[in-house]
Design a protein around this ligand. Sequence first.
Ligand SMILES: [Zn+2]
Length: 197
Amino acid sequence: MANRIEPRTGIAFELAKGQTLKVIDPTGEQVADMLAFSVDDHAEAISSGRSIDYAGKLFLSTGDSIYSNRSRIMLRIVEDTVGRHDFLFTPCSSDTFRIIYGDERPHHGCQGNFVQALKPYGITGDQIPVAFNIFMNVALDSQSGAVTVQPPRSKAGDFIVFEAETDLLVALTACSAPQSNNGSFKPIDFEVGPFQR
Ligand SMILES: [Zn+2]
């Protein structure tokens, strides 16, 4: 039974070691930002830099691992029907919408949704790292390094499955940025699976 994250909202929950998390794009072309913290010590969180460093590539998919700032594996990607996700961009925020889109009364974005969802766990905005941006499609120019946000490659029903390598606090959003989601805001579904080992 899938849980639904409504458009432009977010949620936090615990994921035990060995449990699986399936994140589904129910309607297509919708990004979900994901964070994970060590449940015992919130100073340990997923690290974009370390994960890209150890994988030796920017685009992580099946078989790749998401490492923490302390170089422990937090999650492994065990299944992925899309194969294109981003691990460079920070969660969209009111500042994103002010700076990039010129909004005068900006939405609080994934950053604001993370802050709300993580507040009960004592985590503040300053502790939020670069998220693993599921289904976000960023194109790179290898010469100039230019990055451009393209429509997600995910179609209705596409999914990615992670397995937790340690006990985690996970936060997940249905992303709020127009550019990242090809101009419309849609829900995200997720399922927490049984213990695998
Ligand atoms: Zn977002």
